[in-house]
Write a protein that binds this ligand. Structure first.
Ligand code: OOG
Ligand code: MG
Length: 270
């Protein structure tokens, strides 16, 4: 990418070029400066870049298996200096089985955060203004999200992070349970390093179920389909911490636990 400052609208070629830049940053594990340093683009263009980025991943054979919300908690908004929710896409390549190893060399500078996940049991009719998203959900589970901004030092604008598929990198989901009220549950994440993070699901918009309602709104506006079988990450309950080697475990009171084990390389140096 050239570093020229564009002041006009970001055209279709530029959308593709910026998506390619973020894609290469991810596949080569090399960070990139904020797109906003050199390009003047808004949230609509940012979602177009995100869509182009996902199209590249799908062209390589990845499948969309869910969606994620970001910045649904004050802790995350404050940590990253932004003030509105964002939505990104999850693919099968990002899925880590509960308890499995995750190769840290896949990432640039991964962080981990405790979340709650919901499972969609039917397609959500976004054209119907009376759609009841809660009736489209049949299960809930504790989750860990691994985020890995493609931007240098995790420094980005709101539009940048939307374009970068909301820093999505990997996720693990614990045992599904029939959907229930998960408001105000204690959340505890114990990291492989010194980190222990405690919080409450109430940090997620007061109750993670509100994230589902926010999601419907966002998906309607952004033309992002919600399909049966997909998972929804409701957003972090606490600020994120660096993901290191060893086991990181998240416990959501009354829901259960989920863990991943960071390993240094695929040959299993632990
Ligand atoms: C963006 C992702 C935010 C959440 O749960 O709030 C997010 C970032 O912090 O890099 O996933
Ligand atoms: Mg998250």
């Amino acid at each position: 990418m050239s570093g020229s400052i564009l002041t006009g609208p970001v055209d279709a070629d530029t959308v593709e070029a910026l998506a390619a830049r973020l894609d290469t940053a991810q596949t080569s594990r090399t960070d990139t400066p904020s797109l906003a340093d050199t390009h003047d683009f808004g949230v609509d263009e940012a979602y177009a870049i995100q869509a182009a980025l996902l199209a590249r991943r799908e062209a390589r054979g990845e499948r969309i298996v869910g969606v994620k919300l970001g910045f649904t908690s004050k802790a995350k908004m404050a940590q990253m200096g932004v003030s509105d929710v964002i939505v990104g896409r999850l693919t099968d390549a990002m899925r880590v089985t509960d308890g499995d190893d995750v190769d840290l060399s896949r990432f640039i500078h991964p962080k981990v955060e405790p979340e709650v996940a919901y499972r969609l049991c039917r397609d959500v009719d976004l054209a119907d203004p009376t759609t009841d998203i809660e009736s489209c959900v049949d299960a809930v589970a504790p989750a860990l999200e691994i985020i890995d901004s493609r931007y240098r030092d995790f420094r980005f604008t709101y539009s940048d992070v939307v374009a970068d598929n909301t820093s999505a990198a990997a996720f693990a989901i614990g045992p599904w349970r029939p959907v229930r009220d998960v408001s105000n549950r204690a959340v505890r994440m114990v990291g492989s390093g010194a980190a222990e993070v405690v919080g409450s699901t109430a940090a997620v918009l007061g109750d993670p179920v509100r994230a589902l309602h926010a999601l419907v709104d966002m998906c309607r506006r952004r033309g992002i389909p919600l399909r049966a079988g997909q998972v929804v990450l409701a957003g972090a309950a606490t600020a994120a911490v660096p993901l290191t080697g060893g086991v990181t475990c998240c416990d959501v009171a009354g829901l259960g636990t989920v863990s991943v084990r960071g390993v240094r390389d695929v040959r299993g140096v632990r």
